[in-house]
Design a protein around this ligand. Structure first.
Ligand code: SME
Length: 151
């Protein structure tokens, strides 16, 4: 499925009123992981209440020990502070990186804003080296905008 066709699917999941928010987020993870061959781990992290840390939300892929990530730590923690997309073509070239699996070669993190506040992010790990382009950023920005309607 190409990215243009994925967008209405994401919007459809978001607007499924009889599902919990948790389940809708999980379905989005599943859709993306199933439809994009180089998306190997897809998950959401959200600001953990008033704390300066991220808490793991729905995800698909290998279980991770990193269910809590302090702001500033790793790629995710940096995005919590920078409010900007972070595309990592080669995770081994990053000093401030939290490894979840030895198979991961690349990562992309896109923040989610509600009323202008950075309240979480979508995080995607790839076992393929340097797979992400601007098309991934635009797709994931769309996903984050849709998800923000639920939060
Ligand atoms: N690699 C991330 C940690 C989360 S895992 O990818 C699921 C990071 O450096 O923040």
């Amino acid at each position: 499925m190409n990215f243009e066709n994925l967008q209405p699917k994401v919007a459809e999941i978001v607007s499924t009123a009889n599902e919990t928010v948790e389940n809708r987020l999980y379905q989005i993870c599943r859709l993306l992981q199933e439809q994009v061959p180089y998306y190997d781990w897809v998950g959401f992290y959200f600001k953990n209440g008033d704390k300066n840390e991220l808490k793991l939300g729905p995800y698909v892929g290998e279980p991770t020990d990193h269910t809590i990530i302090p702001f500033g730590k790793g790629i995710c923690g940096q995005v919590a502070l920078s409010n900007e997309n972070f595309v990592v073509p080669d995770v081994n070239a990053q000093d401030n990186y939290i490894a979840c699996s030895i198979h991961v070669k690349a990562e992309i993190v896109v923040p989610i804003f509600v009323n202008g506040e950075n309240i979480g992010q979508i995080d995607i790990d790839s076992n393929t080296a340097d797979p992400f382009t601007e098309k991934d950023e635009r797709l994931l920005e769309f996903v984050c905008l849709e998800v923000s309607k639920l939060l």
